[in-house]
Design a protein around this ligand. Structure first.
Ligand SMILES: NC(=O)c1ccc[n+]([C@@H]2O[C@H](COP(=O)([O-])OP(=O)(O)OC[C@H]3O[C@@H](n4cnc5c(N)ncnc54)[C@H](O)[C@@H]3O)[C@@H](O)[C@H]2O)c1
Length: 287
């Protein structure tokens, strides 16, 4: 897939890649969709800043990119902890010789409960990570986006069908993922006119990562010492009916590479006149 994108880029006369010379911060790029974004962006000539709470995974992604000839810097840290966002932007700007061109607000996890059982902690954590963090990161990076140097700048927020359509059991996540759609539109309106900054949202349906793997696989994150299990219970997946993925016209989940390819497409100059939009990457679900 990434080889194909490279061929297209070369064909369209981007000999050094679609993102040549651009500096991109990708949050949550230690694994899953973010890691694929990092790999594809680097293949297209971007200098990639790999941000993730999981230090070893962030280092691994960055070192793989470097060993295949790309440029990447791992900046591990917890986006929910004070100070990390400042450090991330400072290190990205150093790495980029004073420039940052792209932010992909991707980091996150789910912590589900039906409304009447959802705790304040679940609510606050998910809203902070999926909505407040993207705002704070964009605000911190404002001096690198509110510039007139003739180079492209753009922000891609990652949302979900839960944010666009709502989802039972995910009031916190749905609200947070709806929030980043409004944030992207607002950035487009504030920073588009004078600085040419584009801002869009990519909303995913079912993409195969640890977030959608069987819960029984045992993946978890820790929030202040509390274990939060990740994934979807196998029973819930099976109860979807006799035809798998009946609600998806393509009848299958997407891969992380397919998801990341859509992010690359939105961030690339092929989308230079697309701003303020929400692009659904769902295999046709919810049409
Ligand atoms: N997988 C799907 O089906 C799907 C669907 C819709 C939206 N999304 C969204 O896509 C994005 C990526 O998800 P994914 O499926 O690749 O999940 P993933 O679990 O594979 O990757 C998410 C990454 O974010 C990192 N992260 C989590 N909390 C963090 C924090 N506090 N600070 C720094 N890093 C942190 C994790 O360590 C992890 O590496 C998320 O925003 C998710 O909500 C995913």
């Amino acid at each position: 897939m990434s080889e194909r994108i490279g061929q297209i880029a070369r064909h369209l006369n981007y000999p050094k890649g679609l993102l040549a010379g651009q500096v991109a911060i990708i949050t949550g790029s230690g694994q899953g969709i973010g890691a694929e974004c990092a790999r594809l962006f680097a293949n297209e000539g971007a200098k990639v800043v790999v941000s993730d709470i999981d230090g070893p995974k962030a280092e691994e992604v960055a070192s793989k990119i470097r060993s295949s000839g790309g440029e990447a810097l791992a900046v591990p840290g917890d986006l929910l902890k004070d100070g990390y966002i400042k450090e991330l932007v400072r290190k990205a700007a150093e790495f980029g010789n004073g420039k940052i061109h792209i932010i992909v607000n991707n980091a996150g996890f789910t912590w589900d409960a039906v409304i009447h059982k959802m705790t304040d902690k679940q609510w606050d954590t998910i809203l902070s990570l999926h909505s407040t963090v993207p705002f704070k990161l964009v605000r911190e990076a404002a001096p690198y986006f509110r510039v007139k140097d003739g180079e492209p700048r753009n922000i891609v927020n990652i949302s979900s069908t839960s944010g666009v359509h709502g989802n039972a059991g995910q009031a916190n996540y749905a609200m947070a993922k709806a929030g980043v759609i409004g944030l992207a539109k607002t950035i487009a309106k504030e920073w588009g006119p004078s600085f040419g900054v584009r801002a869009n949202t990519v909303a995913f349906g079912h993409i195969e990562t640890r977030l959608t793997a069987n819960k029984e696989a045992g993946a978890f994150v820790e929030v202040d010492g509390q274990k939060v299990a990740l994934g979807i219970p196998e029973k819930q997946k099976k109860s979807a009916g006799p035809v798998p993925y009946l609600d998806i016209p393509l009848r299958r989940p997407g891969t992380a590479t397919e998801a990341a390819s859509a992010v690359l497409a939105v961030a690339s100059p092929l989308s230079s006149y697309i701003s303020g939009q929400t692009i659904s990457v769902t295999g046709g679900r919810n049409i």
